[in-house]
Design a protein around this ligand. Sequence first.
Ligand SMILES: [Zn+2]
Ligand SMILES: [Zn+2]
Length: 212
Amino acid sequence: MKTTIIYDNTSFRSELQSDWGFAAMVEIGKKKILFDTGANGAILLSNMQKLKISPDEFDTVFISHAHWDHTGGLRAFLSETSNVDLWLPPSFHFQSNVKKIHNHEVPATISHGVYTTGQLEGTEQALCVETSKGVVVLVGCAHPDMHEIFHTASRFGQVYAILGGMHGTEAKALKGVSLICPTHCSQHKTEMKDLYPEKYIEGGAGQVIEIE
Ligand SMILES: [Zn+2]
Ligand SMILES: [Zn+2]
């Protein structure tokens, strides 16, 4: 599994534009998922181009939650390609002529070893991917309680890593995981880095995280 951060509040590679929001490409074998779309379609598409990622490579778009900094680039992305499955939290009302729109309140399978937690606490879904090390969880802002996210993700196996926006999540809530990449809106990055230097990965647009 390979995750490339396309859009983030900070940039890991200087040629990529930073902006408040989050988007990442998640590759699992041949499957390519766009996780969230950032705030601005022009920045999303320009960063993708600089990373040599083409919109028509994706088969799936997964939106974590309805906030503008995760959905703002969606229309621009879909104007480049609509040949995708779109996984939306039920609280996000959106119409489009994509292949299919999927809304789930409860956990569901996206493809072999790839799942959604379903919409938790009425707001947000997390993406869960099975790897040989355990389950990798991607979060947009982690508005639902982290305990709730881990509890639901753990039905797919032991949680190994968590990547993405973690909002007000306290560092101690990540005690049980082996790898963390808190980025975007994460308010306690410094504490997380101090407490878990050995499992901390810096975020930012252009960062690539590969997990076997
Ligand atoms: Zn949010
Ligand atoms: Zn956000």
